[in-house]
Unconditional design. Structure first.
Length: 318
């Protein structure tokens, strides 16, 4: 039986930090409101000339350095992003070239908004389980600041920029126990960027019915806990760490409660990163691994919800 396991992780955050105090000068909000309603204190913002692929490259290089492997041994590259550098080629193809990978490995992007990393991880896991590849680089990254309306207090306070990467490879034992992907397009109007290539409009920014997204997210995250754990024959008490999508501390607390976990078993980065969409879970994972909280052999529960709506989870032994 083939399984996939994480070999190494990496991440990158842009240098510039934007605090809630700065946002107080842009929109009618307060540090107190933002912290109380979201848990966010600050977020990182990419330079004008800094792209999603730039962030992917740094995150991937840090994972490659940690793994100490030849980049040309990577059989597949998947980038989860909603803010690609170009319409095409994909950010994954641009990344392949930046990393000097010349082995002809497959490379493509996945677009599932804030659930993108969970989608990409699940796809890569299935490629490895099927035996068709041995090693994959999965990167989640978004430059949300480029699609934010800085006069909309309902959205501009929430998002940040960043990237995280994992190298996964074939193993004889888990690794990934199971993953679940879901979507319900009937909710597409509640969280969207209402402009695109074949349907351009004069509104290229993130628009969100925050409260409705919030309610859906809490329900979806609660539901997926039961579904995923029953599939892999694990009990809530077997999970060592919850590594959730970092959208709002209140949503994360509700999910932790559903798992019966105290907050000291949750990797929480939302205060410093804000919501980095595709980047948020791999950034949190890399944070927890590098600061020594997540150890080899720990069981991790990764879960996300995002525009679409999309939602999903990955349960794995690190
Ligand atoms: O990653 C993808 C998924 N995205 C999410 O998970 C985001 C989910 N949603 C949320 O995190 C929350 O809904 C928000 C943080 C966006 C908003 O929190 P809320 O507790 O749901 O607030 P609300 O939208 O119900 O608004 C409550 C009040 C409103 O004022 P009134 O109508 O009661 O007078 C808003 O206008 O708060 C007001 N408000 C703000 N006040 C100060 C909304 N944004 C702000 C703000 N500063 N930035």
């Amino acid at each position: 039986m083939n399984y996939s396991r994480i070999n190494a992780t990496g991440s990158y955050l842009p240098e510039r930090i934007m605090t809630n105090a700065e946002l107080e000068k842009l929109v009618d909000t307060t540090d107190e409101w933002i912290q109380a309603r979201t848990g966010i204190k600050e977020r990182h913002i990419a330079r004008d000339d800094e792209t999603t692929c730039d962030m992917c490259e740094q995150a991937a290089l840090s994972a490659l350095q940690a793994a100490d492997i030849d980049p040309n041994s990577i059989d597949l590259i998947i980038v989860a992003t909603s803010t690609p550098d170009l319409i095409y080629p994909s950010t994954a193809c641009l990344l392949q070239s930046r990393l000097g990978i010349t082995n002809g490995s497959g490379a493509f992007d996945v677009q599932a908004a804030c659930s993108g990393f969970v989608y990409a991880f699940s796809i890569a896991d299935k490629f490895i389980r099927s035996g068709s590849i041995k090693r994959a680089l999965v990167v989640g990254a978004d430059a949300n600041s480029k699609i934010l309306d800085w006069s909309d207090r309902g959205t501009c306070i929430l998002f940040g920029d960043g990237a995280g990467a994992i190298l996964i490879e074939a193993a004889q034992e888990p690794g990934v126990y199971t993953s679940n992907l879901h979507a319900n397009g009937a909710y597409s109007h509640l969280l969207q960027v209402p402009s695109g290539v074949s349907k351009p409009t004069d509104d290229p920014f993130i628009r969100m019915s925050g409260n409705e997204v919030f309610k859906f997210a809490v329900n979806a995250m609660g539901g997926i806990v039961e579904e995923t754990l029953s599939e892999c024959d694990l009990d809530k008490s077997d999970i060592d760490w919850l590594v959730p999508h970092q959208a709002n501390e209140r949503i994360i607390k509700a999910t932790a409660k559903k798992l019966g976990m105290t907050m000291d078993k949750v990797i929480l980065t939302v205060a410093e990163h804000g919501n980095t969409s595709g980047g948020s879970i791999p950034l949190a994972l890399d944070t927890g691994i590098r600061d020594g909280r997540i150890k080899r052999g720990d069981n991790l529960f990764l879960e996300a919800v995002g525009s679409g709506f999309t939602w999903g989870s990955v349960v794995l032994k690190y």
